[in-house]
Design a protein around this ligand. Structure first.
Ligand SMILES: [Zn+2]
Length: 209
């Protein structure tokens, strides 16, 4: 397990999907999801490098239950790239639900990675789409900026934060999840599955640095 280092030029904070649709009254609300906003704002002040991610789907996206006649949200289908959970329509490009939360205040964030843009494939991770092969380009960006350690916060702990953390680990970055600045959605015990998987990979959940 990598130990947290002092935060400097080698560290990045990735703020995952802090968007209206993932907050209470949104289309795919994460319980108490809006509570991450002040935590993330506070956390981001400690980092020179901050990247935001934004779920950003075209209408009729493969991950929407409404795209598949007879299917309901939270069922799983066999997509060409593997199992895919179906969700309510959410984060449709250029809708208010897809916008970053209005109280998110991180003016020094240098990059926003939009993901899930291809209608035929979902993307939980900030690094790879759900085929686990198609890159978003974020690995290259972080390497060029000299980043060695990745801190993650945001929504949802057990999906987009989890898969982003696991991909960062596979790419050789030191990875830390700031759990106080995350909230989970918990579909079919996905929070417990996430804890088990993170532990197996040696990815620690750390307190606010
Ligand atoms: Zn999505």
């Amino acid at each position: 397990m990598t130990e947290p280092a002092a935060i400097g030029d080698g560290e990045v904070l990735i703020v995952v999907d802090v968007q209206n649709d993932f907050c209470p009254s949104g289309a795919l609300a994460v319980p108490r999801g809006d509570e991450v906003v002040p935590a993330v704002n506070h956390l981001a002040k400690k980092f020179r490098h901050v990247v935001l991610t934004q779920d950003w789907h075209p209408r009729g996206h493969l991950s929407f239950a409404s795209t598949h006649p007879g299917k309901r949200p939270y069922e799983t289908i066999a997509a060409p790239y593997g199992p895919q959970v179906l969700w309510p329509d959410h984060c449709v490009q250029e809708t208010p639900g897809a916008a970053l939360h209005g109280a998110l205040h991180i003016p020094h964030a240098a990059l926003v990675v939009r993901k899930g843009i291809d209608r035929t494939i979902d993307s939980y991770s900030a690094f790879y789409e759900n085929d686990r092969m198609t890159p978003t380009g974020l690995v290259g960006y972080l390497r060029e900026r000299g980043v060695a350690r990745v801190y993650l916060a945001g929504l949802a702990f057990d999906f987009c934060v989890r898969y982003s953390a696991e991909d960062a680990c596979r790419e050789g970055f030191g990875v830390f999840i700031v759990e106080d600045a995350c909230r989970g959605i918990d579909v079919d015990s996905s929070i417990a599955a996430t804890r088990k998987s993170l532990a197996a990979l040696g990815i620690p959940c750390v307190p606010m640095p």
